[in-house]
Design a protein around this ligand. Structure first.
Ligand code: ZN
Ligand code: ZN
Length: 462
């Protein structure tokens, strides 16, 4: 599948884009958004996309989503039309897709992110052009808000100011709005703030792994608290996020990368992608509360935990002579990518705690006195609590850096991640091994939910 997508030549892509950018012609293809708008390119100035019919995987009310026909509304502002080539089925959407009863406010597209070709741009779009291959990211990156200006585009404030106007209409006349990253569709219509132009020959299927999962894993290892060369790293979770974190840690030069994962084939894959060791957490489930608390480390933990003890043992430095550079207890870096289970896998074991809360507690306990802990998981119960002794919280020196984007700034990092794929430094092909057409999107999510492969891809236009 990857080869099929990668064989789609840029020339053909541009030709295809030209065919549907009604009336756009060469001005729209070559001029790009702002220039074309100033020149009055018909596709842009006359909103020629309005009325266009297309298929999309839509969730409506409490019903399971299904592929339906939508009618596009005229393009406004900086919205763009992207012909989708590949979109990954993030595990965090499986309850929305497979379990009745998850309501939506109105008809809504499923998915968060993918890769495609820009076919039309609204009159205010500046950074993307018709014909561009773009990644549609999970997070907007407006580049202007408080958080974006401080390198936290994963927490971009911009979307709250974007007008939540419908971009399409259901056959029964209901408007479709709010699904800015819905990519399980023949075309995605979204604000340019979610789009990053790509300049690479890597296949769209591989790049689509960067949306949400891959970007989060690489970001945890490489961006805000980057893994240091020669360090010991523990990665909790061997799904697409954790495996990407393993690859990122390897790129950064970690000497020891231990992946903790309950599923055998994922542990095997982790070893192929850069882990030096793997651990099955179900082999170390003993865990009891103890009364004592202090600054962390053995003797002051809130829990006596077999997994934490095992990982401390594995990351024990060659010396504990404190005046000879020794004294570290626990790894230098911890990268967490577990989260709460939505659906129990059919034929693979769950981890010791399907809520995903225990592992967060273990991250804190395992972290060395000055170590870093980066977490990015979601799906824990809303009332769950992680306990941190007050003295550690107030006066300890463990760093904790959370966030679902893992620190990745999509516009800054997407093309450098692609470069790392070009050079073989990371291998997203190993994660994206099964591809489905749009009309089998639900099956793609089921395979994802069952953990049969690390990740599945939907190719909406095949
Ligand atoms: Zn996701
Ligand atoms: Zn922003």
């Amino acid at each position: 599948m990857a080869s099929k997508l990668s064989s789609l030549s840029r020339r053909r892509v541009i030709k295809t884009a030209g065919a549907v950018a009604v009336g756009g012609g060469a001005a729209a293809l070559l001029g790009g958004g702002r220039l074309a708008a100033q020149g009055g390119a018909p596709a842009i100035a006359t909103n020629a996309q309005g009325g266009r019919k297309y298929k999309a995987f839509v969730k409506s009310g409490p019903l399971l989503p299904e592929v339906v026909e939508l009618t596009a509304r005229p393009l406004t502002g900086n919205k763009c039309v992207v012909r989708m080539e590949a979109a990954q089925t993030c595990y965090t959407s499986v309850d929305q897709v497979l379990i009745n009863g998850t309501p939506t406010n109105g008809p809504s597209l499923v998915g968060h992110g993918g890769v495609g070709i820009v076919e039309a741009v609204g009159p205010q779009a500046m950074s993307v052009r018709v014909g561009d291959r773009v990644i549609l990211n999970l997070h907007a990156a407006c580049g202007k808000c408080h958080n974006c200006l401080r390198m936290r585009s994963d927490k971009c404030n911009g979307p709250t100011d974007f007008p939540n106007e419908p971009f399409a209409t259901m056959s029964d006349g209901r408007p479709v709005a709010g699904s800015r990253t819905g990519a399980m569709a023949e075309i995605a219509i979204t604000y340019e703030d979610y789009l990053t132009p790509l300049f690479t020959d890597v296949s769209s299927a591989e790049i689509s792994m960067l949306t949400c999962v891959g970007g989060a894993g690489l970001g945890m290892a490489m961006t805000n608290i980057p893994v240091e060369a020669g360090s010991d790293v523990v990665v909790f979770g061997g799904g697409p996020v954790g495996l990407s974190a393993v690859m990122g840690a390897k790129v950064k030069g970690a000497s020891r990368i231990i992946c903790v994962e309950p599923i055998q084939y994922r542990r095997d894959l982790a070893l192929k992608l850069g882990a030096t060791d793997v651990v099955d957490p179900n082999q170390y489930k003993e865990r009891t509360a103890v009364a004592q608390a202090g600054f962390g480390g053995p003797g002051t933990d809130l829990f006596r935990d077999a997994l934490v003890e095992r990982l401390r043992e594995m990351t024990k430095p060659r010396t504990d002579r404190r005046y000879a550079g020794g004294g570290r207890i626990g790894p230098d870096h911890i990268l967490e990518a577990v989260g709460g289970d939505r659906i129990k896998p059919k034929s693979h074991p769950q981890g010791p705690d399907p809520t995903g809360v225990t592992v967060l507690q273990q991250c804190w306990e395992l972290g060395s006195a000055i170590g870093s802990i980066v977490t990015c998981s979601v799906g824990q119960p809303a009332d769950a609590v992680v306990r941190i002794p007050a003295a550690q919280w107030a006066d300890g020196a463990k760093h904790h850096w959370p966030g679902t984007g893992g620190g990745t700034n999509d516009r800054r990092d997407s093309n450098r991640y692609c470069r790392m794929m070009e050079t073989g430094q990371i291998n997203m092909k190993a994660l994206a091994t099964r591809t489905f057409p749009l009309n089998r999107t639900r099956e793609a999510y089921q395979v994802c939910a069952d953990r049969e492969v690390p990740a599945t891809i939907v190719a909406p236009n095949t």
